[in-house]
Write a protein that binds this ligand. Structure first.
Ligand code: MRU
Length: 370
């Protein structure tokens, strides 16, 4: 498949392949503004500031970052090329710790670099391969999102009320998205869903981004404050919860936007299916369980003042701002991936899907995917 970029793609390569063009998601929904990025520091800042965000999208962006940097270094001697690209990859990885797709994409590019150089390719040829790999990562994500959308739609019924948290649509991935994929595909096929979108404090990815995407797609959407989900479930308005994911551990524990685990606990109470949707690149079999997932902590100002004309908490008051939480695998009805629908017991089914050798029910080894 040859990728044809669209203006609506959150990440794309410039025509001359010298820079990356992203939609600045910090400006949505009021303005659709683009940033053109070709410097390492700007790449780091784009991830850190959430101008580019959403686990798979950060992975796609990181793939292109490595490709642009490799091009810039292609006149260097091989050993310098290798050490510069490794150091840059490490720097990019340090921008946000929780979403595994970032380090997954960086590692995929660095592995390709190592194998290319050690098999005798020139630096120039290696840089060209890294560019093709970046495009391949993007293309794969488009295909994976389509498959996830198909699998997810098979679990829903026309007329369902769906609760979402954060943004797991095209802005966080490519085209269909993960968590929103079944809804967009369903809409194309004549389904009518009523989506309830958690605003998703503190950075409002639900209100700003998910609602923006759903309204543009013509899907009925109602934004609610995060603390209203329980009431809606009690009122019978929600038939399923669909969320994305930033890292799925080997036992099925899943990191996603802060507040996700609370939604899962309430959904369990009301007997409502709770579905996690994500590509295989979000499954990290090198992480045994949720306790091993590093949770990003962000600037307290995001809670105190960032989205308001006036501060919403007294100056100097302490604010704690973890950006993600971990939903225990026992609360998850199914994990919907591009490789199929994974059901409990997750440790075994994830190992099967990821092709991990098991013996007497115990996982023998883990491997990360590259
Ligand atoms: O901090 P963000 O906006 O990058 O957080 C995004 C999420 O938590 C998404 O739900 C997750 O990355 C999945 S996106 C398909």
């Amino acid at each position: 498949m040859a990728i044809r970029y669209k203006d609506t793609d959150p990440v794309r390569l410039s025509k001359d392949k010298h820079s990356i063009i992203i939609i600045d998601q910090t400006k949505l929904p009021s303005k659709v503004e683009y940033l053109e990025i070709d410097k390492l520091d700007d790449m780091y800042d784009a991830i850190k500031s959430l101008a580019v965000r959403g686990a798979p999208c950060i992975g796609i962006f990181a793939g292109y970052c490595m490709a642009i940097l490799a091009r810039q270094y292609k006149k260097l001697p091989a050993d310098e090329f290798v050490s510069r690209l490794k150091a840059d990859g490490e720097h990019l990885n340090s921008s946000r710790p929780t979403a595994v797709n970032l380090s997954w994409a960086v590692k995929r590019q660095l592995d390709l670099m190592d194998s290319s150089i050690s098999s005798g390719l020139t630096v120039d040829q290696t840089a060209t391969r890294i560019m093709s790999e970046a495009v391949a990562i993007h293309e794969e994500d488009i295909m994976m999102c389509m498959r996830i959308a198909e699998f997810g739609l098979s679990l829903l019924n026309d007329g369902d009320g769906i609760l979402t948290h954060c943004n797991a649509g095209a802005l966080a991935t490519s085209r269909y998205g993960t968590g929103l994929g079944p809804l967009l595909l369903g809409r194309e096929r004549g389904y009518h869903f009523h989506v309830y979108t958690d605003e998703t404090r503190p950075l409002l990815q639900g209100a700003r981004l998910t609602a923006f995407e759903l309204v543009h797609a013509g899907i009925e959407d109602t934004v609610i404050c995060d603390n209203m989900a329980s009431l809606l479930m009690k009122q019978g308005k929600i038939q399923a919860v669909l969320v994305g994911c930033d890292r799925i551990a080997a036992n099925g524990d899943t990191a996603n936007k802060i507040g996700t685990s609370g939604v899962a606990i309430i959904a369990k109470h009301y007997g409502i299916p709770f579905y996690v949707l994500g590509p295989y690149s979000t499954i990290d079999v090198g992480t045994p369980d949720g306790d091993a997932i590093e949770i990003e902590e962000r600037d307290p100002e995001e809670i105190r003042s960032m989205w308001y004309e006036r501060p919403m908490a007294p100056k100097g008051v302490k604010c704690y701002n973890p950006a993600f939480d971990v939903t225990d695998h026992s609360l998850i009805t199914a994990i919907i991936t591009d490789k199929g629908i994974i059901k409990p017991p997750f440790e075994r089914s994830i190992a099967q899907v990821m092709n991990i050798k098991k013996s007497s029910g115990r996982t023998m080894h883990f491997r990360r995917f590259s």
